[in-house]
Design a protein around this ligand. Sequence first.
Ligand code: SAM
Length: 240
Amino acid sequence: MKDAKVRLYVDHPLGDGQSVPLERDQAHYLFGVMRLALGAHVLLFNGKDGEWRAEVIKAGKRAGELACVEQTKPLQMPPDLWLIFAPIKKARTDFIVEKAAEMGAARILPIQTEFTNSDRIRQDRLQAHAVEAAEQCGGTYVPEVADLKKFERLLADWPEDRQLMFCDEAEIGTAKALGAASGEKWAILIGPEGGFSPAERKRLHAHPQAHVVSLGPRILRADTAAVAALTIWQQKFGDW
Ligand code: SAM
C-alpha cells in the first residue's frame, strides 16, 4: 500500500469510489508544493464521513481530481464541549482556535464582553485555522467557529441543558474546581485580557448552570487559560 503523506480537508462527500474535484489552491498545494503525481495517495476528511485514502487521478496546475480508495478512520466526534472566549490579539486568538480544535472542542464561540479588546473578528480566517489544526492533528471532525456574539445575547440564548465552566480570575487561590458537576453538554468560558466586568461576574455567579472554577493561584493569559481549562475538562469528562 502506498504511503499517504498529505492529509487534506475537502468540502465534498467521501465514500467508496467517490471522485473528489480539487479547488485551485488545493491543486497548487498537492502538485506545485508537495510535487505529488498521478497515482499518489492522499488522506482526505470532510468532518462528516471519516478519513479516506484517495488516489490522484487528474493532476494539473490549477485543478485536479482524486478518487477515494478505502476508509482509513471512521468519523470520531469530540465531546459536546464549546469553548467560549473573548478575542485578544490576533496571534493569540489564532492560537486559542488552533488549540481548541486540537484539544477536542466541538464548537468555538468568540464573544464580545465589556472589556473585550476587539469588536470584530475574521470568522473565515479563524475557521481556516480550525481546519488546518484538524488536518495536522489527525482529527476527522472540524469544530465550527461561530461569528462574534455579544456576551448578553449569549447568556439570553443560553440552552437549559448546557453546563457552563466559568473560569473566574477573581477566584484565584480559592481552589474552586468542577467538583461533582455532571452533564453531557458543556461550555468553557474564558474572559478577555481585562477580565470580566463586575456586572458580568455578578450575572455569571447567579447563572443556574454556571460552575465557577479557579485555574490556580496565578493569573493566566487568556490563551493559557483556554488550554488549561480544556485540559481540566477533558481529563474529567472528555475523551482523553
Ligand atoms: N485582567 C484580569 C485580572 O488582572 O484579574 C485577568 C484576566 S485573564 C488575563 C483572562 C481570563 O483568563 C480571565 O477572564 C479568566 O477567564 C481566565 N483566567 C486567568 N487566570 C485564571 C485563574 N487563575 N483562574 C480562573 N480563571 C483564570
